[in-house]
Structure formats: structure tokens, C-alpha cells
Design a protein around this ligand. Sequence first.
Ligand code: LMR
Length: 338
Amino acid sequence: MRAAAIPRRRCLQALALAGVPALGAAQGVVTIRLSHVVARQTPKGLALERFRERVQSLSQGRIQVVIYPNSALFGDADEIQALQLGAVDMLAPSLSKFGRVGFPEFELFDLPFLFDSKEQVHRVMHSAIGRELLAALERQRMVGLGYLDNGFKHMSANRPLLAPQDFVGLRMRIQSSRVIAHQMRALGAKPVVLGFGETRRALATGVVDGTENPVSNLWTQRMHEVQTDLSLTRHGYLGYCVVVNQRFWNHLPQADRALVRQAMTEALDWGNTIAQYENDEALAHLRLRGGTRIHVPDEDQRQRLRQATQEVSLGLQGRIGRQWIDRVHTLLASKSAG
Ligand code: LMR
């Protein structure tokens, strides 16, 4: 039976109990099972494909990466648990999804209007803050291999979402981030946490009224077929952290760890160079296709959205940790001053 046809929890338990070996029996052959929730033609899908190719090439075929995209094996609800149980070896969840599993400090990346540009995001990721966040993952038996961009998120619904009053009463699908939930409430909407793989159907059936994501994710899931309006609000950032099961990692020979790290660093660097292009292309496709009303808020409108969500940082500083937020502000201010 195909894995996708088995109820997720049973599939997860069966795989974990079967103790799928990390290392193959034959001559140091290694298979890395990598699960993710988005389509191949996205910044994450493409970067992970690149990783697969680089690993294969650097190891001359000895290390193989098997990728399960599009929530085919595990979805948002169970992928981190699957990693911890050893049912998969590697994941690249959005930074937002680490909050729920004991890393609320990762949700600082979700703070609305915190970053004006990806350069600012990268400054944080490449600073001591970013390194400490990666190191913290060991608490939950995960090894963080690096960060990857998607891009800035926009708002989708069956109406323009350009001012706080446009959100009132809407049920908005969100990822499992308390910061994003608070953001939606601050705008007057009701946040509904749903797996990414379930979002399109929930929009189609009216379970939810709208959602947020970078355009590459909306386009490749064909959310435009079930939503009439896209508002280019650029209100928050979406990025990822690649994690590997610690036990799997520790069992790899030192040389293989170095090889996998090198392949991943190259793939993530490359992924960060194409992420913007993929989002621009998705928007171009959307415009060309027609049928979606695309709204670009003016500076006044963005300012009002920013003001309406200002309370989020204050309200969630207890959860994220005030020291993390202060350090990010200090870092961004010091660089922009210099
Ligand atoms: C979402 O759940 O909206 C996104 O995080 C999906 C992804 O991994 O890009």
C-alpha cells in the first residue's frame, strides 16, 4: 500500500517501529528521507532538489536523498514528530512551525512589519541570534543545518484586504504560530490553524475565508482558483530552517556529515538567490492568467496595517522572550545607522 493512503498516525508509527535504518547495509550507502509540504516549483522545493543533486554528485551516488514533497508523507500536524521518531531524517519547516514544538523564540520572524527587506532578515540569521537559534534545536534532538528564504507574505481572500476593517469577521487560515494568530486577531479576523496541505480545500469549501503566504505558495497550490483577491501587503516574512534528526546525524561518519553540510550550504545559498525570482514569476503567472484581482496597498494603507498590528510584539514578548526581540531591534538599528 502506498504510504500516502495509510492514515498518517499509523503510517508514522509503522515507520518508526519498523526502525527504518539510517544507514543502508551495503558499503556505507546512506539514504536521507526528506519530507516537506510545498510543491516542487517553489523556493523550498527547488532548493531541496538542488540539495539532492549536490549530495548525489559529491558522494558519487553513495548518499541518496529521497524527497516526499507536497505533504505526501507527513503534513504540518505530524512532520516534526515524525522526524523526532526517526520516521523521516530531514525536514525544512517554516520558522513559524517551531513555536509549537518548544521553540517560541523562532516566532520572532513572524512579527508583522518587523523586517523591511530580506537583507535585514539575513543579518539576523547570520548573526549570533541566528546561530543561537540553530544551536537551541538540540534541546529537541534536532540539528539545524541552515536557513532558507521564501519571501514576504501577502493576504488572500474574496475581497481586498487593505485596511484593518477589511479583515473584520474573516476566518483566516494560518500556520501554527501564536504570533500570526495574534496578528490576525489584531486585524479583527479569526485565526484558524490548518495544515498547509488542507488549506486549498478549506478555502474552496468555505471553512476559512482567506489566508496569507508568499505568492509562490499561493500559485503552486492553485489557491487563486478558490480566491478572487490578492492584496500585496508584504506584512511579514516566511522562511525555513532545515533540520535533521540528531540520532541519524550522529550515526553518520564525520566525512559524510561534512559532505551533507557542504551540499546543504550550497543548496541554501542557491535557494536564497532564486527565491525572489520564483515569487516574481508566480505573480507574473497570476497576472497573465487573469481572474484574480491584485491590489497594491499604498504607503498610508500599509502604515495603518502596521499600526493595527503594533501590539503583537508587545503582547507576545513574554512568549518569544523580550531579550530576543530587543536584540533583533538593536542589531537592525545598529546596521542601518552604520
Ligand atoms: C504554510 O504552512 O503556510 C507554509 O509554511 C508552507 C511552507 O512550508 O512554505
